[in-house]
Write a protein that binds this ligand. Structure first.
Ligand code: MD3
Ligand code: FE
Length: 218
């Protein structure tokens, strides 16, 4: 008899935690058990606060379309990047953070060594083939002590993890449907980006990649 503890049970999965840097982790497939609850909740959020392509302070229209849920949402326009309690497109508060999304983010943060993560903002990014996010730092949050949790859904993407300087070499990491990344602490201000999304159709999500980024912004 073989002693493979994972072969029989459908629910028990082997731990798949990859450490990319001191306080940066990818939790492979971590979101998959939540998707039955999460996907309908996301559909409701996007129906109330439609995804749209926003303009950067430099006047460029982003290739990524975005919306938010939670008490604060990240936005950009010619005036700058900021977190706001209101959706500028509707002048209404962003939809509430679904409970299953908060729980998923808290459990992922804990699995990466960050206790007491309490997100108040979830940025929802939608990439269609060709869409990308150039190297940047996340600097609009009030307190850099809290980690950030990001959930990848749909088409695979190549994520770029750089260093403290824009010119530092970067690691390219594939992110797949259900993968969760958690980073914070000494890695909180690393440069990062997403290479142009390749053409394709995902069997659950269609011809797109959705990334959810949960933060303590306020
Ligand atoms: C930063 N989103 O919305 S987050 C963003 O896939 C953003 O849509 C990307 O960057 C996306 O601001 C990726 C993932 C991420 C992962 C690891 C990091 C950002 C990181 C490690 C250090 C610093
Ligand atoms: Fe970012």
């Amino acid at each position: 008899m073989t002693l493979n503890l994972f072969a029989e049970a459908e629910l028990a999965q082997p731990p798949r935690r990859e450490q990319l840097a001191t306080q940066t982790f990818v939790l492979r497939g971590f979101a998959l058990p939540w998707l039955q609850a999460l996907l309908p909740a996301l559909r409701q959020v996007v129906a109330a606060a439609p995804l749209r392509r926003m303009v950067t302070p430099g006047g460029f229209t982003m290739s990524v379309a975005l919306t938010n849920c939670g008490s604060l949402g990240w936005t950009t326009d010619r005036q700058g990047y900021r977190y706001s309690p209101l959706n500028p497109a509707t002048a209404q508060p962003w939809p509430a953070l679904p409970d299953c999304l908060r729980e998923l983010a808290q459990q992922a943060a804990a699995a990466a060594g960050f206790a007491d993560f309490n997100p108040d903002a979830c940025l929802i990014n939608r990439y269609v083939p060709g869409a990308r996010m150039s190297l940047h730092q996340d600097k609009n949050e009030r307190d850099y002590a809290a980690p950030i949790v990001s959930i990848s859904l749909g088409l695979p993407a190549l994520f770029q993890l750089g260093g403290a300087q824009r010119s530092d070499p970067s690691l390219k990491v594939p992110l797949l449907h259900g993968d969760v990344m958690v980073w914070g602490g000494v890695d909180r201000l690393r440069f990062h980006g997403v290479l142009p999304l390749k053409e394709g159709v995902h069997e659950v999500m269609g011809a797109q990649r959705i990334n959810l980024t949960l933060r303590q912004a306020g």
